[in-house]
Design a protein around this ligand. Structure first.
Ligand code: SAH
Length: 267
């Protein structure tokens, strides 16, 4: 059995870490935002998070990722992690004893503000403000469910927050975890390298982003709007703002109402 969490990022490639530190489940880069994932499929990580900006930031030690393999905590010689649902019915449910041991193992050495969440279609819908709050925490522990989900007593006992990626059902929490970590990590200082792009993008100021264009100036008979080619910064800003407001009004009346209400309260 290897009950050591798997680590990604600088810790696993840095020559400055001694082997013993690499083996220590509690060894974490001090002060570095950390995602701790409890999953039956640790090989699914870092997955897409290992690519592009999040991947570079992971290698550079701007955040770190550990996985805890639920299978390592399975019971009997078959390392069972699930059982049939009490009361009958289809599918299997992840056992509370197995989950409890994995959670307690994964939470060792966590510090400060460190949410513990279960990815779940019954949870509160994940959004940009949650990503912002999590990026200000010291780290996060995410429990990925499989099958019919987890025994309710685990959620109650550890007071776990249920968070949903959206109103649909996935086969497991891993894709949801990666989506949420991506949205969170890109808000960490120095990860995107361009703070302005965060301020202006969809959902950060309560509006959807304006359309974007790039070269060539004409493509399949379609030209870039003149104002964007005018070089007049003020007009560009005004156009972008108008487009942003129009798109939000048309596509997301709920966001538009909230935006207007906030502006009214400011006056
Ligand atoms: N029987 C459950 C669904 C289980 S789906 C129900 O009806 O509520 C299996 C696992 O996939 C869940 O335990 C959860 O971890 C994950 N999952 C499924 N849909 C999800 C969603 N929309 N957001 C986050 N996680 C999800």
């Amino acid at each position: 059995m290897s009950d050591q969490p798997k680590s990604y990022g600088r810790k696993s490639i840095s020559a400055t870490f001694k082997p013993r530190e690499l083996m220590d489940p509690n060894a974490r880069l001090a002060g570095v935002w950390t995602a701790q994932i409890i999953t039956l499929f640790p090989q699914a990580f870092p997955g897409v998070l290992g690519e592009s900006l999040t991947g570079k930031a992971l290698k550079d030690g701007k955040w770190q990722l550990h996985t805890t393999n639920l299978r390592d905590f399975g019971v009997t010689k078959h390392r069972n992690v699930d059982e049939t649902p009490a009361g009958g019915g289809a599918g299997m449910v992840l056992r509370p004893d197995v989950l409890g041991n994995a959670i307690e193992h994964a939470m060792q050495g966590t510090r400060g503000n460190w949410p513990l969440v279960y990815l779940s279609p019954r949870g509160r819908r994940f959004d940009q403000s949650m990503a912002r709050a999590w990026s200000k925490a010291d780290g996060i522990t995410m429990l990925c469910g499989r099958f019919e989900g987890v025994d309710q007593r685990v959620l109650d006992h550890y007071n776990i927050m249920e968070v949903s990626l959206g109103d649909f059902v996935l086969t497991g929490g891993e894709i949801a975890a990666q989506a949420m970590i991506d949205a969170t990590v890109r808000l960490l200082p120095d990860v995107l390298g361009n703070e302005e792009s965060i301020e202006e993008e969809s959902h950060s100021n309560g509006l959807l982003e304006h359309p974007q264009y790039t070269r060539p100036a004409e493509w399949k008979g379609r030209a870039i709007p003149d104002v964007l080619m005018s070089g007049h910064h003020g007009n560009v800003e005004k156009w972008r703002r108008e487009m942003s407001e129009r798109l939000t009004r048309e596509r997301r009346p709920d966001m538009w109402d909230a935006f207007e209400a906030r502006n009214r309260n400011k006056d």
